[in-house]
Design a protein around this ligand. Sequence first.
Ligand SMILES: [Zn+2]
Length: 272
Amino acid sequence: MNAFMNVEKGNLLFYKAPFFETTGLVTHGFTTRPGGVSEGPYSALNTAFHVGDAIENVRTNRALACEALGIDPEGIVAGSQVHGDRVEVVEYRDKGRGARTLEDCLPDVDALVTAVPGVPLSSYYADCVPIFLLDPARKVVALAHAGWKGTVVKIGRKTVQRMTAGFGTNPGDCLAWIGPSIGSCCYEVDGRVIRLFQKSFAYWAMLTVAASPGKWRLNLWEANRRVLLDAGLLEKNIAVAGACTSCGGDLFFSYRAQGGITGRMASLIMLK
Ligand SMILES: [Zn+2]
């Protein structure tokens, strides 16, 4: 299975999961930097309000991205992304929460689940791991934001469990795509982070490589893949894009590579 496909729409470039496209059930994508109107560290397609960019530019960029994917930009739903483990089920009445302002998004939420067609879910990234989920049997989609903290608390598994509790999802039916994010090539962490991984993952040693005294490189893609396997997903139904946002050059915003002041890419998914 191909782990990702690049789709160009005008000046924009999206990463997509080929096996999501094949179902015909969703429109989805992970945005990249080219093609937007923002400037400086936010150049060009910054999609997040909270990073210090001009709000009007963010709205324009989101509209460009959404229109290219066939999504209504006024309808997108966002959580506040606090590196926690709260999963929210999104209903029709939530449509547009977080589309126009940061303040209106769903508070204290890092994962979104919906079974409502036409309600687009969104989340925002500069190195953290975007997990896209699609249950083609029950027609349910989800997005989970997994930085190292979300990975430690296994937000991917909690999201799958919420799909099961709310909609009867059988994890064996579920497709998952781990989108572009920081790779183990670039993601160096210290002992404080490693100790939390040791507590949370019996197989933590498989997720880390010693880099230098007191430093390790951490494989968040494999950690989240294992979390999804533990949740009952099948190996053949999980794909890792394998694109590193930190050393991926001009295509990506990277919190690490750009020293903290940077834009965000968006993950977007909507049931048709
Ligand atoms: Zn890298």
